[in-house]
Structure formats: structure tokens, C-alpha cells
Design a protein around this ligand. Structure first.
Ligand code: GLA
Length: 667
């Protein structure tokens, strides 16, 4: 640990088939035995060879505290093994049985306002509750004792979508311990949090409480440290159980399912603790923008997995049941979604869930086998997809990296979305997507992940080794650590292009303003000085690159150049004449800064110009076409109804409507 071997490929190769794993969450505890027999046949027909078992089965496995009933699971695992199906065995700790809450009400989470979250749904656990932690360890030990080394078990799935938090007294105690470790003494904490403001000065760590209902805005450093604590506490829940598995079976593959860009866990800090990165992703078939979001999220997973194969643990085959209006995926949309993930490096394509629930809150969530059964277009399409994926040539190829790196720092996102900001119009995730759009529409792969992937390689002398990147993009680096500036400067001097989006370098790691107009050194690197942010009442015009005019909306910054050149300036309003887009040549490279929210066409032009500096062509593909490269292969997905023409492997290729084409294109 960390293991950088491509564990999933290794597992796949051992199995001896060509394509990715194909599978689903399987909840046999919801069904009688005779249905299990049919399940196995339907799995066979659909080429299913990977199922996640037991995610929500705690009450079935331990109906009363300390009384275990595992025979049914023995049978299920034995059945699956007899069909050659690999099992991702879950520790069912995401949803304790009601008895835990009855015996230990303090195992239930409390909201900011002190409201208890009761059983009746799922996930009602408090990560800092000793009773919950003990019960989770006990069921884990029992399962590990019984199933470690079981021939069906290929992987362990700890919990599910870790994202719970509580604001109760257990949490307060754990938060204080976390703060003591981080700051050492209370003066350091007072200093970091700026507690002279509004008289929050704390005498002792015992005065600290988690954020609770307050009369007005909460101290942002307290909020951010609590968010960090929550992520660490959840990671600790995961690690405690992962250690039990690894203690018995050191070769076991252990993972848990991430949720893409998720606010409650800093996956940048988690990524080296899972043996295989896994993610749940639910596209919205009613929204064409969902494709870009999926593509960027898959890129994030690939980057977190350090360019190894990863698992798409959950997606829907049809409709979900948690949007206000749940449009189902067509078979074509489902197929293209799965191939997209596979092309981005997912070598297990899995679904929630195998058989649609007959009762309970998810009875109207789609599955591979719908309520109507196997004699349905839905299931037949699944069979087709399973057959098709089984022959894929992509799985043998390393998912690979890009020449372009997007910085996505979770802590900057969290700090940048608190209350008391200059505008809500600046959303870090929306900025990521806006800056990614030109790459997506050109079929240009990007890596996206925490800035530590750039800075952690720095040598003690402070010199960073050469990165594999030609272009680094910071769409919205609200929170900036100084070490990033050092790494970026070296990157630029060596010939890199750096593109920085608006309102970057605003605060430090304690959400304290960077003073003096230099953006913590980032703006100095960009060759500009920032006087203040300026949310706009109405769009204003700007002119620049090739005298083209553009509109800037919602937000600009009051900038002036120092060593940079203005490439575009505001032409109206109180800030007329101020630079909007700047470029500074430095060493062999250049730094671009964009000081406002541009309309997408203008942003596309700027980003194309920056990319051209790295020799990257961002000529857009036909609308509706997505292009993804994996190893020697390139895959074109056509989401439109009409056929489209794309250039693949030096030739023009026709891609039929709602179809895909895969071609070999050696690099
Ligand atoms: C999440 C959960 C699943 C299921 C799906 C429904 O991803 O992990 O158990 O509830 O949502 O979309």
C-alpha cells in the first residue's frame, strides 16, 4: 500500500476473458431461493461475471446483536462461484439494523439543529459513535473469518458511498481530537481561524463544537476544518474495516464506491487507500450536458486511480427514482454510457441493480431485470450489451494519461462554496465544466485531480521534477497553497502553458484572505495585480484577441497588469479599460489569466489559443459526437439520431446515429 499495480487488469487477466467485467449490485436477500435460480440463468445469458453482494444486508446477516445467520450467504456465494461469477463482497455497514438505534440511540446521527435521523430509511449511522464502530467491526470480523479466501470473492466493498456526518457530542469529541492533532495548541487554532472576529476566541479545545445552528454566518475556517474532519473520519471508518480484511488476507482487493465530485469526502486523500478505484455515476438521459459531466467525472476517477483501470460500480440501466421526473435511458443511451466509461478506463461496468426491487423505497428504480421480467426490451438490450462488451479490445489497454492537467482541489471547492461569498455565480464545479467543454467537444482527454499530484513530487530542494503535462488549467483555484505556486512556476519556466480562471488565489488553507493583491503569489506569477472582485449587475462588453468583442457576465475582477500583457480588456461600464484576459511569457512557457466569467464561445476561443501554445488542437467534433482515446484505440460515440462523419485513424468514418465505432489508431 499504496499499490500502483493495475489490480483490476490483473484480476481480469486471471479470469482469461477479453472484455471488462460486466455486472450489478445483487440483493438476493430480497428474494426467495427459487428466484435465485432464475437469477443465475439470467446472469449467464447476459454475460454477467461480477456482482456486488450484501451492501444492505446487515439485518439479514445479524438479525439480533451477536446472532449471525450466514447460511443463506454461503449458498449465494457458492451458486455464484459455480457459474464463474466474481463477487465483490460488501461489508454491510452503510445501513445498520434498527436494533442498533434501539440499543444505542447515540449511534444515530444528529443534524446541525440537533434533530436525530432515525431508522426507517438507510444510512442512519454516526461515524464517530463508539457503538456503531464496534458493531461495524464485529460484523466485519465475522464476514472476514468466514469468507476471506473464498473462491468466489474477488474484491471487498467496504460500506457504501461513505458520506454520513453528525453534529452530536461524539462528533464534537472526535473533532476536538482531530484539531488537537492538527494545531497542537489552542493559540495556533485561534490564529488559524481568525477568532478575534466576532469574539469567537476559544479558551481551550473543549470550547470547540461542530458547526451547529447559529444566528448568522459560521466562521469559514471552522466550516472547512469540519469538512476536512468529516472526510478523515469517514476514511477512518473505511480504514478500520479495511485493516481487518487485510489482516486476514493481505492480498485481498479492498475498495469502496466513490461518488465523483462529492462534497463530503476528499477523494484526493482517499485515493491511495483503495486497491481499485470505484465510482457510482448516474447520467441524466433528459439532459445532453450529462455527457460532459460524465466524461469529466470519469477522467477524475482515472486520474485518482493513477491511470489504472477502475470500476464503474453503479449506474442505471433505465430510470432512477430520485430526480423529480425520471426519464429512462433508451437502450442506446445505456449502451453509449457504458462504452464511454469503458473507454475512460473502467474495466468493470456494473449497475444498480440486477433485479428491480419489488418493494421498498427503490421499487421504481430501474434494474437489469425489470418488474416485467426477462421478456422485455430492457433485459434483451442488457444481454446484447453484455455480449458486446465481452469482446472489447479496449480492456487490455492501459487507461493512460493526458498532456493536460486540470487542478481540482476538494478543499478549494468546499471553501469556495460557503456562505458569505462575493457571488453565488462562481461555482467551482461549473467552472471545471466550462473550462473542460472545449476539450470535451474536441475529443481531447484531460487528467483532473488534486494539486498534490503536481506538488507532492517536489524534491526537498523545492525543484519539482518534470511533469508529464504540457498544459495545466486552474479553472477556479479559490483556495491556494503557496507550494502550488512554486510547482507551477517551474512548470511554466520549463515550457508549460498555464491557464488560470477567475477569482483564484483568494484565500489560504485557513480561508484567510491573501493580502496585497498578489493572490498568494499566483497573480504575481500571472504578471498581474488584483485590486478587488466585482460582481456585475448586468453583462458588459470586452474586446481583445483579434479585436473580437465578447460579453462578460456576472463577475469580473479589477485587475492591472505588471509583467503580463492584456490580451482582452473591458470596454464599457465603470471598469472600462481594465484588463480581462492577460498573458505573461515566462521562461519557455506562458501564464494566462482570465479575470471574469466569459460567455462559452469566448471562453472556447481563449482556451483554443492557450492549447495551441502546447500544440493541442481543439477543433470541435460534429455536435453529438464524443471521441475518446484509450491506448491504441479510439472510440467515437454518436449520441445524435443522424449519422455523423468523423476523422479516425487518418480516414473519414461514418458513425451511424445512436451508435459507436471503435478503430485502432496507434499513437
Ligand atoms: C446509490 C446507492 C445504491 C442505490 C442507488 C440508486 O448509488 O449506492 O444503493 O440506492 O444510489 O440510484
Amino acid at each position: 500500500m499504496p499499490r500502483y499495480r493495475d489490480e483490476l487488469s490483473h484480476l481480469r487477466d486471471r479470469r482469461g476473458t477479453r472484455g471488462p467485467f460486466f455486472g450489478a449490485d445483487y440483493n438476493p436477500e430480497q428474494w426467495p431461493r427459487d428466484v435465485h435460480a432464475e437469477d443465475l440463468d439470467l446472469m449467464d445469458r447476459a454475460h454477467i461475471d461480477f456482482v456486488t453482494v450484501g451492501v444492505f444486508s446487515w439485518a439479514r446477516l445479524e438479525p439480533e446483536p451477536g446472532r449471525f445467520d450466514l447460511e443463506w450467504l454461503d449458498l449465494v456465494l457458492g451458486d455464484l462461484h459455480s457459474r464463474g461469477i466474481s463477487v465483490d463482497l460488501a461489508l454491510p455497514v452503510a445501513s445498520p439494523p434498527p436494533w442498533l438505534g434501539v440499543l444505542h440511540p447515540d449511534s444515530l446521527p444528529r443534524t446541525r439543529s440537533g434533530t436525530t435521523l432515525w431508522w426507517g430509511s438507510r444510512n442512519q449511522f454516526n461515524p464517530s459513535s463508539p457503538a456503531y464502530r464496534e458493531a461495524a467491526r464485529r460484523i466485519t470480523e465475522v464476514l472476514v473469518d468466514r469468507y476471506a479466501g473464498h473462491p468466489a470473492v474477488a474484491m471487498w466493498h467496504v460500506g457504501n458511498e461513505y458520506g454520513q456526518l453528525s453534529h452530536d457530542e461524539h462528533t464534537a469529541r472526535a473533532f476536538r481530537t482531530w484539531l488537537r492533532r492538527r494545531y497542537g495548541d489552542i493559540d495556533a487554532l485561534n490564529q488559524a481561524w481568525g477568532t478575534t472576529v466576532w469574539s469567537l476566541w476559544l479558551r481551550d479545545f473543549e470550547d470547540v463544537i461542530p458547526p451547529r445552528d447559529t444566528p448568522y454566518l459560521v466562521n469559514p475556517a471552522l466550516e472547512l476544518d469540519f469538512a476536512r474532519f468529516v472526510s478523515d473520519e469517514l476514511l477512518d471508518c473505511y480504514l478500520e474495516l479495511a485493516r481487518i480484511i487485510r489482516g486476514t488476507d493481505p492480498d485481498a482487493l479492498v475498495t469502496t464506491n466513490f461518488m465523483g465530485f462529492f462534497p463530503l469526502a476528499d477523494y484526493g486523500g482517499w485515493m491511495d487507500h483503495v486497491d481499485v478505484v470505484a465510482d457510482d455515476h448516474y447520467t441524466d438521459p433528459a439532459d445532453p450536458a450529462t455527457r460532459l459531466t460524465a466524461s469529466l467525472t470519469h477522467s477524475y476517477l482515472r486520474t485518482l486511480g493513477r491511470a489504472r483501470s477502475w470500476v464503474l460500480m453503479e449506474q442505471a440501466a433505465g430510470a432512477v427514482n430520485w430526480r423529480p421526473h425520471n426519464v429512462p435511458k433508451t437502450a442506446a443511451q445505456n449502451r453509449l454510457d457504458s462504452w464511454r466509461a469503458h473507454a475512460h478506463g473502467a474495466d468493470a461496468i456494473s449497475y444498480f441493480q440486477f433485479r428491480q426491487a419489488a418493494s421498498g423505497p427503490e421499487a421504481f428504480h430501474s434494474a437489469l431485470v425489470p418488474h416485467a421480467g426477462a421478456d422485455t426490451a430492457r433485459y434483451r438490450a442488457v444481454v446484447e450489451l453484455g455480449r458486446e462488451l465481452a469482446t472489447s479490445s479496449l480492456a487490455g489497454q492501459a487507461p493512460g494519461s493526458s498532456r493536460v492537467f486540470f487542478v481540482h482541489d476538494w478543499e478549494s471547492w468546499r471553501a469556495g462554496t460557503g456562505r458569505g461569498r462575493v457571488t453565488d455565480a462562481l461555482d467551482p464545479i461549473a467552472q471545471n465544466e466550462a473550462y473542460y467543454a472545449p476539450f470535451f467537444h474536441a475529443g481531447q482527454k484531460v487528467d483532473i485531480g488534486p494539486s498534490t499530484l503536481l506538488t507532492d513530487q517536489a524534491e526537498p530542494s523545492g525543484t519539482a521534477p518534470e511533469t508529464p503535462y504540457d498544459l495545466v488549467v486552474l479553472p477556479h483555484q479559490f483556495l491556494l497553497r503557496p507550494e502550488l505556486v512554486t510547482a507551477l512556476e517551474q512548470f511554466v519556466r520549463r515550457g508549460g502553458q498555464l491557464l488560470i480562471g477567475p477569482h483564484s488565489g483568494v484565500v489560504d488553507q485557513h480561508v484567510r484572505a491573501h493580502l496585497g493583491g498578489t493572490g498568494g503569489g499566483l497573480l504575481e506569477l500571472a504578471g498581474i495585480f488584483r485590486e478587488e472582485p466585482w460582481p456585475l449587475a448586468a453583462p458588459v462588453a470586452a474586446a481583445g484577441i483579434d479585436d473580437a468583442s465578447m460579453q462578460v457576465h456576472s463577475f469580473v475582477e479589477v485587475l492591472r497588469t505588471t509583467t503580463a500583457q492584456a490580451r482582452c480588456s473591458l470596454t464599457e461600464g465603470p471598469l472600462a479599460g481594465r484588463p480581462l484576459i492577460t498573458r505573461r511569457e515566462l521562461g519557455e512557457g506562458a501564464v494566462w489569466y482570465v479575470g471574469g466569467l466569459l460567455e462559452q464561445g469566448a471562453l472556447q476561443a481563449v482556451i483554443s489559443a492557450v492549447a495551441a501554445g502546447s500544440g493541442i488542437d481543439l477543433a470541435p467534433l460534429p455536435d453529438e459526437v464524443e471521441l475518446i482515446r484509450r491506448g491504441d484505440w479510439v472510440i467515437a460515440l454518436n449520441h445524435g439520431r443522424e449519422s455523423a462523419r468523423v476523422r479516425l485513424g487518418g480516414r473519414d468514418i461514418e458513425v451511424a446515429g445512436e451508435d459507436l465505432v471503435i478503430r485502432r489508431e496507434p499513437r
